[in-house]
Write a protein that binds this ligand. Structure first.
Ligand code: F6R
Length: 594
C-alpha cells in the first residue's frame, strides 16, 4: 500500500512526479505529496487526491524530486501525516511504503535527543534518523538508519543540495526505470510507462544511488549488477482508453485477457503445455492459499481440480493460514496473488517453503515479490489492473487454473478435446455477456436503491456468489453477502423480505434442481429475486422477478461467464449510486501490510 515515485533528470520534475503518482493511486489515495529537490527542499502535500494537489500548486522549478500517495496505517489521513516527511532542518525528505514496527522506540530516543516530530506516522523517524547520521554522505546515512529499522520499507530519500536519490527496499516493492539522461523510481511499473520500458527490480536489502546519469546498486555494502528488464506492458494498458472508469475498461478487456493467458499455455500444435509436470506429484495434495478475490479464484480452483482431476484440494485464506494453518506432509502448494505483493500471501509462501513445500505462484506481475519467492511461477496475462476492484485478473487466474487442471483431467480424450475447444471459445462467450451490458445495467439500476443484497450459488458458483457480493460491496457500498444457497435458511433467512433482494446463480448442472428449491423458498419470503440463468434455461428463470441471461457453456466454465455478468452488475450499481468506482473509500489495490 502507498505508492512512491522519484525522478531525476533533464525534465521539470513536478509534472513528471504528478503523472507518475496518478498511475499509482490504486495503491492508496487518502492523501499525497511531493518534494522538489534543489538547493533547498520544497514539500507540498495535503489530504487530497493527486489531481487536486497538482491543480492547487504553481509550477516549482526542479529537475529532481520524490512523491507519495498514501493509504494510512499510522495516523489518520491528514496533511501532517501525508508524505514526504522531513527532518528538523527541513533539508532531508523521505517517502516510504511499508511499516516500521519499532518506530515508537526509535521516536522516543530521537525525541530525547532533541528531535521534534510533526506527524503521527512511523515514517517520520526515518528523516530524523538520517539527519542524526548525516555527515555529508546521504547514502551512508540512509544505510546506517536502515540498520536501526525493523519492519518493511521501500524508501526514497533526498537531501538539499545533492542531485541524487537514495532508494532502498525490504519486503515492499520498488523498481527503477532507466531513461536517457534521466531515471525514475516507483513502487510499480505502470507509474513510469509513459517514459520508459526499461526496468531494474531491486531486491530486498538493496540500496541504490540514482542520479540523472546512472544507477548504482549495493547489497550488503558491495556493488551488485541487477539485470535490466524490458517491460511488455504498453502505455495504453495503463490508460482508460475512452472508458469512464478503469473497472469498465478492464471488464471489457476480458476476452483479450483470456486469449492472451491461454496463448501462454497452448503450444503451437494446439496441445496442452503442462504447467504442472506430472513427475512432481501433479495436483495431488494440493493446498491453495490466497486473499480476497484471489481466494475466490482458489475456491473455484478447488472445484475445477476436484471435478476434472478427482483429487481433493485444500483451500486456505492466507491471512488465517499464517496464524493457524497446518501444512499436511507432502503438500503441493499454490499461492494465487494478482499483485504478487500482498503481505499475507507472501507470508504464507514463506511459511510453506519453511515447511519444505515447493511453492507455485499464479501472479500477474512479472518481477513481483511472489514471483521471486516461488519455486515455479505461472503468469497470467491480464496486463496492468488499475481499478482497485479485481476483475480481469480474477478471470485470468481462473484460466490459469483450468490450464493447470486440464492436462491431468481424468476424462477420455474426446471429452478433453471438447473441453479444450470450449476453453478456446471462452473469449467469444464472455463477449456475448458484455454484449448484454445494457440489460444488466437495467438490473443494476433497480438493485442500486437497496442497502442489503444476498448472492447465492451452489457448487463452483458458490465462490462466484462470494465474488459477486465482494464486487458489489466494494464498489457500490451496498452491503452484500455471498452464501452457499443451502446455507441461507440456516440463519440469513431472518433478513429476507421486500428490502433484501437476492441474486441467485442458477446453473444448468446437477445443482439446478436444488437451486430452484432455494429460489422458491426465497420467493415465499418476498425478497426481490434476480436469477442468473443460461440461454435455454429461461423457463427456470421465470420463477424469479427478473433474469440475467448468460450464454450456455460447459458447466466447468460457468464461473467465468457468471462472474463477468456480476462484475457488470456491481459496476453499474456503483455508477448509479455515483460512487468513486476505481478508488473505493478505505481500500488500496496492493495490500502490502498484514
Ligand atoms: C477485491 C480485490 C482484493 C484482492 C486481494 C488480494 O476486488 O482486489 O480482494 O483480490 O487484496 O490481492 P492479490 O491478488 O494482489 O494478492
Amino acid at each position: 500500500m502507498c505508492g512512491i515515485v522519484g525522478y531525476i533528470g533533464r525534465r521539470q520534475a513536478q509534472p513528471v512526479l504528478f503523472n507518475c503518482l496518478s498511475k499509482l493511486e490504486y495503491r492508496g489515495y487518502d492523501s499525497c505529496g511531493i518534494a522538489l529537490l534543489g538547493d533547498s527542499i520544497q514539500v507540498c502535500k495535503d489530504e487530497v487526491r493527486v489531481k487536486a494537489l497538482e491543480k492547487a500548486l504553481p509550477p516549482i522549478a526542479g529537475l529532481a524530486g520524490i512523491g507519495h500517495t498514501r493509504w494510512a496505517t499510522h495516523g489518520e489521513p491528514s496533511r501532517a501525516n501525508a508524505h514526504p516527511h522531513c527532518d528538523c532542518t527541513g533539508r532531508i525528505a523521505v517517502v516510504h511504503n511499508g511499516v516500521i514496527s519499532n518506530f515508537q522506540r526509535l521516536k522516543d530516543k530521537l525525541i530525547s535527543t532533541g528531535h521534534v516530530f510533526a506527524s503521527e506516522t512511523d515514517t517520520e523517524v526515518l528523516p530524523h534518523l538520517i539527519e542524526s547520521y548525516y555527515q555529508g554522505d546521504l547514502e551512508e546515512a540512509v544505510e546506517r538508519s536502515l540498520a536501526d529499522i525493523e519492519g518493511s520499507y521501500a524508501i526514497i530519500a533526498v537531501v538539499a543540495g545533492e542531485a541524487k536519490l537514495v532508494v532502498a527496499r525490504k519486503d515492499s516493492p520498488l523498481i527503477i526505470g532507466i531513461g536517457d539522461r534521466e531515471n525514475f523510481v516507483a513502487s510499480d511499473v505502470p507509474a513510469i510507462l509513459d517514459y520508459t520500458s526499461r526496468v531494474v527490480y531491486l531486491e530486498d536489502g538493496d540500496i541504490a544511488l540514482v542520479t540523472a546519469d546512472g544507477v548504482r546498486v549495493r547489497e550488503n555494502g558491495a556493488r551488485i549488477d541487477r539485470a535490466e528488464h524490458l517491460i511488455q506492458w504498453s502505455v495504453a494498458d495503463a490508460q482508460k482508453s475512452g472508458y469512464e472508469h478503469f473497472m469498465l475498461k478492464e471488464i471489457h478487456e476480458q476476452p483479450r485477457v483470456i486469449r492472451d493467458t491461454l496463448r501462454e499455455y497452448i503450444s503451437a500444435d494446439g496441445l496442452a503445455a503442462e504447467v504442472i509436470p506430472s513427475g512432481e506429484g501433479g495436483l495431488e495434495n494440493m493446498l491453495i492459499a490466497a486473499c480476497g478475490t484471489s481466494y475466490h479464484a482458489a475456491l473455484i480452483g478447488k472445484y475445477i481440480i476436484e471435478q476434472l482431476v478427482r483429487v481433493p484440494v485444500k483451500v486456505e485464506l492466507a491471512s488465517e493460514f499464517n496464524y493457524c494453518g497446518q501444512v499436511p506432509p507432502g503438500s503441493n502448494a499454490l499461492v494465487i496473488t494478482q499483485s504478487g505483493e500482498t503481505a499475507d500471501a507472501l507470508k504464507t509462501m514463506k511459511k510453506l517453503k519453511e515447511a519444505g513445500c515447493q511453492v507455485l505462484a499464479i501472479t500477474n506481475v512479472v518481477g513481483s515479490t511472489a514471483s521471486r519467492i516461488a519455486d515455479h511461477v505461472i503468469y497470467t496475462r491480464a496486463g496492468p489492473e488499475i481499478s482497485v476492484a479485481a476483475t480481469k485478473s480474477f478471470i485470468s487466474q481462473l484460466v490459469a487454473l483450468y490450464w493447470m487442471a486440464l492436462p491431468h483431467a481424468r476424462v477420455d480424450l474426446r471429452t478433453l478435446d471438447e473441453l479444450i475447444m470450449e476453453l478456446r471459445q471462452l473469449p467469444a462467450r464472455v463477449q456475448e455477456v458484455l454484449d448484454n451490458e445494457a440489460a444488466i445495467r437495467e438490473h443494476a439500476r433497480r438493485l442500486a436503491r437497496f442497502n442489503d443484497v444476498f448472492f447465492i450459488g451452489r457448487g463452483a458458483n458458490y465462490p462466484v456468489a462470494l465474488e459477486g457480493a465482494l464486487k458489489l460491496k466494494e464498489v457500490s457500498y451496498i452491503h452484500a453477502e455471498g452464501y452457499a444457497a443451502g446455507e441461507l435458511k440456516h440463519g440469513p433467512f431472518a433478513l429476507l423480505g421486500a428490502e433484501a433482494p437476492v441474486v441467485a446463480i442458477l446453473a444448468s448442472d446437477h445443482t439446478g434442481e436444488a437451486m430452484l428449491t432455494s429460489i422458491k423458498e426465497i420467493r415465499a419470503r418476498k425478497s426481490p429475486l434476480i436469477a442468473v440463468v443460461e440461454e435455454g434455461n429461461e423457463a427456470a428463470g421465470e420463477i424469479a422477478d427478473s433474469a440475467i441471461i448468460v450464454p450456455r457453456v460447459n458447466q466447468v466454465f460457468s464461473p467465468v461467464i457468471n462472474t463477468v455478468a456480476l462484475q457488470l452488475l456491481a459496476y453499474y450499481a456503483a455508477r448509479e449510486r455515483g460512487c468513486p468506482i476505481d478508488f473505493p473509500r478505505n481500500l488500496a489495490k496492493s495490500v502490502t501490510v498484514e
